[in-house]
Design a protein around this ligand. Structure first.
Ligand SMILES: [Zn+2]
Length: 332
């Protein structure tokens, strides 16, 4: 590969060679200076790894919380609000749907809905949301758990049959897993109505000043890309789309725990036989306490009190990007 797939620049260098997510695999990490994007080489998905991760989701670090959220949304009174309080990504979607989007009863599609809890939560809050996933197993399980809000299809096939059908298309924590993001986003664009909005969330490089030197996101081939805001500006412009971003300030100003930005070394998670190397315990009491506070509507006050007690007035850099892409209709 000689050119950046996002911005077409040739200003690419190899910055690291890394062992992959599973023991025995190795990747080069390449960096595009022009659009501040890092990516893995080879850019290829390993479906076996996802089977291993999802069959052990409750104990795989990073995925265990998705497993918990999937059960938690059934236990709380307002699941969409619950998700928005617990994680920045869902806060940005909630904030957008409630405050940015002025359209009445928008048709919403969640692409790569996985366990299905966000689509379910949107429906519980009165929205007309459909979840799409390529995994038959994921869709069957989501339908069984939450109801008939899901469809199993390849996104490109689905886009050909549902041209211009959706007012909001949501892609949370998916784009960094995809070998060819431009092609993928191009299909998502064709699903949008003329005033439709595409929301894409992903881990952000922008929070780390030295992120041009190393890879500090899930090891490849699980994450294949690590994006900056510039990556999305370039991606949008190459697809004739406009690009804006959600401002995370209201969310991060309440946070009391600094994310770990100092350790750029990620550990391998699966051994050569595909077994999980470091497991986590999901019966964690801190999490149940958090859920109780959020469900009682007390989380915001709790965090405020903690910050006052610590005399903490600082703000934490956002560790996620939520890009809002819209079709450029050629009007000034
Ligand atoms: Zn580039």
């Amino acid at each position: 590969m000689t050119k950046c797939e996002i911005c077409n620049s040739s200003a690419i260098s190899v910055i690291q060679s890394l062992p992959g997510y599973q023991e025995g695999s190795f990747y080069d990490i390449k960096y595009c200076k022009n659009c501040n994007t890092s990516f893995a080489d080879p850019l290829a998905v390993d479906e076996n790894i996802y089977n291993k991760i999802y069959s052990n989701a409750h104990i795989v670090p990073g995925y265990d919380r998705y497993y918990r959220f999937a059960n938690d949304v059934l236990k709380v009174r307002n699941p969409f609000l619950f998700l928005s309080e617990i994680e920045d990504t869902y806060w940005s979607i909630y904030h957008f749907v409630k405050e940015h989007n002025k359209q009445v009863n928008p048709k919403i599609l969640e692409v790569g809905c996985g366990l299905g809890y966000l689509t379910y939560s949107l429906n519980k809050d009165g929205y007309n949301a459909l979840g799409l996933d390529i995994s038959e197993k994921a869709v069957a399980e989501a339908k069984k758990k939450y109801g008939d809000y899901y469809v199993c299809a390849d996104v490109h096939d689905f886009a050909r049959q549902n041209h211009g059908q959706f007012d909001i298309v949501i892609l949370t924590e998916v784009i960094e897993h995809i070998p060819n993001p431009k092609n993928f986003v191009s299909s998502l664009k064709s699903l949008l109505s003329s005033s439709g909005k595409l929301l894409i969330t992903t881990p952000s490089k922008d929070a780390e000043p030295d992120a041009s030197q190393y890879w500090n996101t899930e090891l490849p081939p699980v994450h294949l890309w690590w994006f900056s805001k510039n990556s999305f500006k370039e991606l949008a412009s190459s697809l004739n789309m406009n690009c804006d971003f959600i401002d995370f300030t209201p969310f991060v100003s309440r946070q009391t725990n600094y994310p770990k930005l100092s350790d750029p070394w990620r550990t391998q998670t699966l051994n050569r036989n595909g077994q999980v190397l470091f497991t986590v315990d999901h019966s964690d009491i801190k999490h149940s306490l958090k859920r109780g506070l959020i469900d009682a509507g007390l989380m915001t006050y709790f965090k405020r009190v903690i910050k006052i007690l610590r005399k903490d007035t600082s703000s934490i850099p956002a560790t996620k990007i939520t890009a809002i892409l819209t079709i450029d209709n050629g009007q000034p």
